[in-house]
Ligand binder design. Structure first.
Ligand code: TNX
Length: 531
């Protein structure tokens, strides 16, 4: 028997296990007879095309080692050989994220339309390799022809590192897990009332003061009387650490979208620089959850100068095209009583404070565009008038997204009804960790359609995709974030990757039962697949 022939026994094992437990489900999988038998002598061949192909080949080798304990040699060659996994970028499918994977008894060829496509082909291959067909000396890869590409271009997850702070290692782990499921966007919520988490060289107090709160609320915000723990809490990322994470994400084809909140959710910044508020403070980094009254002053020029300087450093740190400016939940009470804000409204002919918010956001958009960046913000940036080119993240339901798409703006869908992973996963709360409230079970995430039914086909082209939001008021530890994220993110990954007419919840759950073994291998604390 030659190495690559298929024994009857192996074939039977494979037949029994059909279909492959791939998450997200690829566009098309055709099963052929036989298997490719991967052994310790199988080579990974990077077709001689330069660094990108080689890097992905190295990544494949590394991951196979982690998952299956196989340490395969990577070679660069012009030739496609047998007993090899060949990676190359030559597919002409249009979107760079497309790939084909052809597994025959001779070899496996993964061909990306771009680096990202090749990377996703590698992810599919890794899922074919683990867990179902492994033993100690061989890995049985069923003969298949796969052609795959994503349904949506924005496939994301957001993580709030302000309410609770999460270290670089954990952020990298989340990036790996997103990449495994062919997600491509990580929205990093870096500033909020409860902490400022990114070093800004020009304003050191943002982190020496703004990254630390004196104490934290204990229990749920609704519980009265309020109780605090009396423990100083905080942390931040240095610019070097940010660069390190950006590079890590790039190598996994994940774009990071940094969020710097304005004009509300700014109390941590104002505790460090109260001169950019309406009242002058003093302020304390907020120790509890909810919405605060104080915001950046929209009247003082100094506020804009400060934010532009901050955004300049942020623009330099993050190579992606989007910068998120928040824009949500800004109470206008202070602006109503602030002589500077009122003067600004008069000078700029603004009818009310809502228009002042719009003035604020539009001004920031002009600045971001001048830095070569695109603005994205929560759907409150629709209030007053939408900045000319901004992308809207629709969170208070579908309506903001519908309105934005109709006016020709791009949209990322993230309605609370399907995308808020801080909601409970069971109706029986007694067995769940304390959460913010509400209910978002796995099947509801899976049922999510990012394209609202009432959009025309043309309007629907503005829906870039969707993301899950992970607000961490009630998630103090890595383990708890993982519990809230997994497996719901697996459902979200399929929502944004797989065409809707191929999605079937019962089939997804069958695949998920095997898929969670991969999560286990990476030490992810996922919620068990029960009700
Ligand atoms: C609303 S979603 C917020 C966050 C909270 C979240 C809790 C959004 C733009 N703002 O500040 O953490 O609800 O679910």
């Amino acid at each position: 028997m030659t190495l690559n022939s298929c024994s009857t026994e192996r074939k039977l094992t494979f037949q029994k296990n059909r279909p492959l437990a791939l998450v997200p489900l690829p566009l098309s999988v055709k099963y052929n007879d036989g298997n490719f038998i991967l052994t310790k002598s199988t080579k990974i061949i990077a077709l001689s095309q330069g660094k990108e192909t080689r890097d992905i080949a190295e990544y494949l080798s590394q991951q196979l080692k982690t998952l299956c304990g196989f340490d395969l040699d990577v070679i660069t060659s012009n030739e496609i050989k047998s007993n090899a996994i060949v990676v190359k970028i030559s597919n002409k499918s249009g979107t760079p994220e497309a790939y084909t994977l052809s597994a025959t008894m001779k070899n496996v060829v993964i061909d990306g339309a771009g680096g990202s496509g090749l990377f996703y082909g590698v992810q599919t291959f890794l899922q074919m390799a683990y867990p179902q067909y492994s033993d100690k000396s061989t890995i049985t890869i069923p003969c298949t022809e796969i052609a795959d590409k994503p349904e949506f271009e924005w496939r994301g997850m957001h993580l709030d590192v302000c309410r609770h702070f999460f270290p670089v290692e954990f952020v990298k782990k989340m990036i790996d897990m997103l990449a495994m499921q062919k997600m491509n966007t990580f929205h990093w919520h870096l500033t909020d009332d409860q902490g400022w988490r990114v070093e800004i060289k020009q304003y050191p107090k943002l982190t020496s003061i703004g990254a630390w709160r004196d104490e934290t609320l204990v229990g749920h915000l609704d519980r009265k009387p309020e109780k605090y723990d009396g423990i100083r809490y905080g942390g931040f990322y240095t610019q070097d650490q940010i660069r390190e994470v950006v590079k890590y994400a790039q190598s996994r084809y994940i774009t990071i979208v940094p969020e710097i909140e304005m004009p509300g959710h700014a109390v941590a910044a104002l505790s460090a620089y109260p001169e950019y508020s309406c009242t002058g403070g003093p302020f304390k980094v907020y120790p509890k959850w909810g919405i605060t009254e104080d915001a950046y002053c929209a009247g003082k020029e100094g506020t804009f100068e400060f934010l532009e300087n901050v955004l300049s450093e942020v623009a330099d740190l993050f190579p992606g095209k989007y910068i998120h400016v928040g824009g949500d939940e800004c109470l206008k009470n202070r602006w109503k009583e602030c002589p500077d804000c009122q003067k600004r409204m008069k000078d700029e002919n603004l009818a009310n404070e809502t228009e002042l918010q719009s003035y604020f956001i539009k001004r920031m958009e002009i600045f971001l565009n001048s830095k070569g960046k695109k603005m994205i913000g929560w759907d409150e940036i629709l209030e007053g008038e939408l900045p000319a080119r901004a992308t809207v993240m629709s969170w208070r339901g579908y309506q903001g997204g519908i309105e934005a798409a109709r006016s020709g703006h791009n949209v990322v869908m993230t309605p609370t009804s399907h995308c808020y992973f801080d909601f409970y996963q069971s109706q029986d709360r007694s067995k769940e960790p304390l959460s913010i409230g509400n209910f978002l079970p796995l099947d509801r995430v899976y049922a999510f359609n990012p394209v609202p039914a009432d959009l025309s086909d043309n309007e629907a082209t503005h829906i870039l995709g969707a993301q899950a939001n992970v607000w961490t008021e009630y998630m103090a530890t890595d383990k708890q974030v993982e519990y809230m994220v997994f497996p719901r993110i697996c459902a979200m990954a399929e929502v944004v990757w797989t065409p809707r007419n191929q999605q079937k919840f019962s089939d997804f759950v069958t695949r998920l039962e095997k898929h969670v073994k991969r999560l286990e291998k990476y030490g992810v604390n996922y919620r068990a697949l029960k009700n």
